[in-house]
Design a protein around this ligand. Structure first.
Ligand code: GDP
Length: 207
């Protein structure tokens, strides 16, 4: 897949301001500062679609991007920033539940983890939540430029193990800095969208 057009459709924390639930969506989740904005900009070829932040933990909105007039990428608020007050993380949870529980078009959540580290408790919790909702199976390991070739396989295996991923689940190393891995991710997204079509084909007229 090539992303030809990407437009911001909504930036909101409120369900009544989401775009209509009429299209397939792939959401992106990860800890604040994991490199989500940089990855989304790389994927869409737009330098400033998502804001790359110097100060993590600020974004408290769900951002909907319309891609190729065909499906949406949904940029979920980052989690786990230490300085975010408890009340704010409660808001975060509510916002996420509200999105996850009521979104017909949501076909998959791409979870981002930092390739350098063992997934954190929050990463694991997030992934368990995705499993419970049948939205797991697509993980991106970010900042792949920060480790050596030798470390790569070892770290990927560690991520697979900590998250309890299945053999055929996608785990894709990417580097927004070196611009690597995005083609593989776009292919995985295409596969996931196609699989959703097979599972629930568009309504056909029965005349
Ligand atoms: P977000 O909070 O998850 O949206 O993360 P950002 O995209 O804002 O990135 C957080 C920080 O990590 C920024 O300083 C980025 O420049 C840096 N960063 C993001 N992606 C990469 C990458 O692939 N390689 C390296 N070395 N740094 C990255």
């Amino acid at each position: 897949m090539r992303i030809k057009t990407a437009e911001i459709q909504a930036v909101t924390g409120r369900r009544d301001q989401y775009p209509p639930d009429t299209m397939k969506e792939i959401a992106f989740a990860g800890r604040s500062n994991v490199g989500k904005s940089s990855l989304l900009n790389l994927l869409t070829g737009r330098k400033k679609l998502a804001k790359v932040s110097g100060s993590p933990g600020k974004t408290r909105t769900i951002n909907f991007y319309l891609i190729n007039n065909e499906f949406r990428i949904v940029d979920l608020p980052g989690y786990g920033y230490a300085k975010v007050a408890k009340t704010m993380s409660e808001d975060w949870g509510r916002m996420m539940d509200e999105y996850f529980q009521h979104r017909e078009g949501l076909v998959k959540v791409c979870q981002l983890v930092d390739i350098r580290h063992e997934p954190s408790k929050l990463d694991i919790q997030m992934y368990e939540y995705l499993k419970a909702n049948g939205l797991d199976g697509l993980v991106v390991a970010t900042k792949a430029d920060k480790i050596s070739r030798n470390e790569m396989q070892r770290n990927l295996a560690r991520i697979r193990k900590s998250l309890g991923m299945r053999k055929d689940d996608y785990l894709i190393p990417v580097s927004a800095l070196k611009k690597t891995g995005h083609e593989e991710l776009l292919q995985a997204m295409e596969d996931v969208l196609a699989a959703a079509d097979e599972a629930a084909p568009a309504e056909q007229s029965d005349s």
